[in-house]
Ligand binder design. Structure first.
Ligand code: UDX
Ligand code: UDX
Length: 476
């Protein structure tokens, strides 16, 4: 056990503090955002994270967890000070370090004899040394140690991930300090890797970059599947049964978002380039991910030609299910691209609407998926929330102007959707895309259907796409 201070009561810091408190430690979470701290002191959380509210409230009441904005009150009595402030991307892809620097400065003022500073945030390789230099400068006479202890928490399952880690990674030049942090994690039955600071920091970046690479890899294979008529979901299953590959992070879709993968791949690529290396693979991973969002526009242009004035419905806004986090969410880029084309956007998300609203002022926020479908020309699945998987699809189809559904997360099956009368597109489901965009404008399904019906676009039912076929040959 120990007296712990966590600096930064955000997605990572709050989970870290609440979990350490639940393990019996005395924890003070500190944040510069006084409003956030006042709400936390009342047990009101600034974020949606399954299981976290109950954990915070239980430990608040037990007196093991407290919140403050006062560095002296938080740091001075602590044996361990975890730094979990955010490390966002800078303008050129480098990591914004000002929050780490200011936290280290403030911690430095109040470190006591033998305080162990633990970097929990994802920080550029070498930051452990920087933090030590800052603290040494601010408070040279007190002995202290710095340990890197990167987090591997997924939003939406962060509490579970903290309490059931695959491994604990510790890096330090001070072995005793690393062992003291290892003892904090003695409740977990998992391997503990103790190494140097830089290697521990690199384990975090390499892990996130590899997971992002798997996602861009499967998305590239999905694009080839669409051309060659294979189904990426079955391909991924066939791959994943190989123990050397495993099934995780092989879901094709609109690509990765969140506060980590985009930032960490970019930061690692930037670090490599800054040291004279050419991060070819990391750059390709980012390029593929960027292009995934554009798939939606491509498909819609194929269906409608011009998107000017089209009503497009989005289901899901958060960057992934079970969170309200909108950071680098695919919905942000999809919305911007569609509005650029003159489309009108309606959207619903089970948790993220209030977080998304100020980020998407031109979007009509709806109270449920059916309200989104009402009067929309097409529906896009952007985030795979469970509640979208059991929708009354016949009701959805009856509400849509056209039965067009683009499944950005492959939550439905093409044949079943076509049997229900949808014009269904998934990602990599083997449905050959139509002509290149230029031709699609004149050859678009609904433009030609409207010409044939010689009337304004009412609810003309476009022809069914045969599985793996394309609309071209049916449009004669
Ligand atoms: C975390 C890690 O810190 C980051 O490195 C990782 O890549 C993603 O997860 P996260 O917890 O998601 O970042 O950030 P956020 O939810 O924004 O929380 C950061 C908190 O630190 C905020 O509450 C902010 O107010 C606080 N903060 C920031 C401080 O208390 N002091 C500062 O100087 C800066
Ligand atoms: C990630 C890492 O998993 C975690 O270890 C690290 O600490 C923080 O970053 P997180 O970003 O919260 O966690 O979510 P994750 O579940 O990993 O998904 C990241 C993104 O990849 C999401 O946008 C998700 O939609 C996408 N994704 C994930 C895919 O597109 N396909 C997949 O197969 C898996």
């Amino acid at each position: 056990m120990g007296q712990i201070c966590v600096v930064g009561a955000g997605h990572v810091g709050l989970v870290t503090g609440a979990c350490f408190a639940d393990l019996g430690n005395q924890v003070t979470c500190l944040d510069i955002n006084s409003e956030k701290i006042e709400r936390l002191q009342k047990g009101i959380l600034p974020i949606y994270e399954p299981g976290l509210e109950e954990l915070v409230r239980r430990n608040l009441q037990a007196g093991r967890l407290s919140f403050t904005t006062d560095y002296c009150q938080a740091v001075e009595p602590s044996d361990f000070v975890f730094i979990a402030v955010d490390t966002p991307s800078g303008t050129h892809g480098e990591t914004e370090m000002r929050f780490i620097r200011s936290a280290a400065e403030m911690v430095g003022r109040y470190v006591g004899d033998g305080t162990i500073i633990v970097n929990k945030s994802t920080v550029p390789i070498g930051t452990g040394d920087l933090v030590a230099q800052i603290i040494q400068r601010v408070n040279g006479h007190e002995p202290f140690a710095v340990v890197s202890n990167p987090e591997f928490l997924r939003e939406g399952s962060a509490v579970s991930d903290f309490m059931h880690p695959d491994r604990i990674v510790l890096g330090s030049s001070n072995r005793e300090a690393a062992n003291a942090v290892a003892r904090l994690h003695s409740a977990f039955e998992c391997p503990i890797i103790v190494t140097d600071l830089r290697t521990a920091e690199m384990i975090k970046y390499a892990s996130n970059a590899f997971l992002a690479t798997r996602i861009s890899f499967i998305n590239e294979i999905a694009a080839i599947c669409d051309e060659l008529g294979a189904d990426i979901k079955v391909v991924a299953r066939g791959m994943g049964l190989d123990k050397r590959i495993g099934p995780a992070y092989l879901d094709a879709g609109l690509g990765y978002g969140g506060s980590c993968f985009p930032k960490d791949v970019q930061a690692l690529s930037h670090m490599a380039a800054a040291h004279g290396r050419r991060p070819q693979l990391l750059r390709a991973v980012m390029d593929i991910n960027r292009d995934q969002r554009r798939l939606i526009v491509h498909r819609l242009r194929q269906l409608f030609g011009s998107l000017e004035g089209r009503q497009i419905g989005l289901l899901g806004l958060s960057f992934k299910p079970n969170t309200d986090d909108m950071r680098e969410a695919a919905s942000l880029e999809v919305t911007a691209l569609l509005i650029q084309e003159g489309a009108k956007i309606r959207a619903y998300d089970p948790e993220a609407i209030e977080v998304a609203r100020p980020l998407m002022r031109d979007v009509t926020m709806c109270s449920d998926p059916y309200q989104v479908a009402q009067g929309a020309d097409a529906l896009i699945i952007v985030t795979e929330w469970n509640e979208f998987k059991q929708l009354n699809l016949l009701k959805v189809k009856s509400l849509l102007n056209y039965p067009d559904l683009i499944d950005g997360r492959n939550i439905f099956e093409p044949q079943a959707m076509q049997d229900l009368g949808f014009v269904y597109y998934g990602i990599g489901r083997g449905q050959k895309p139509l002509a290149p965009i230029a031709e699609a404008v004149s050859e678009s399904v609904h433009v030609k259907a409207n010409m044939a019906s010689k009337g304004p676009s009412t609810k003309a039912r476009p022809p069914q796409i045969p599985p793996g076929g394309s609309l071209g040959e049916d449009r004669a």
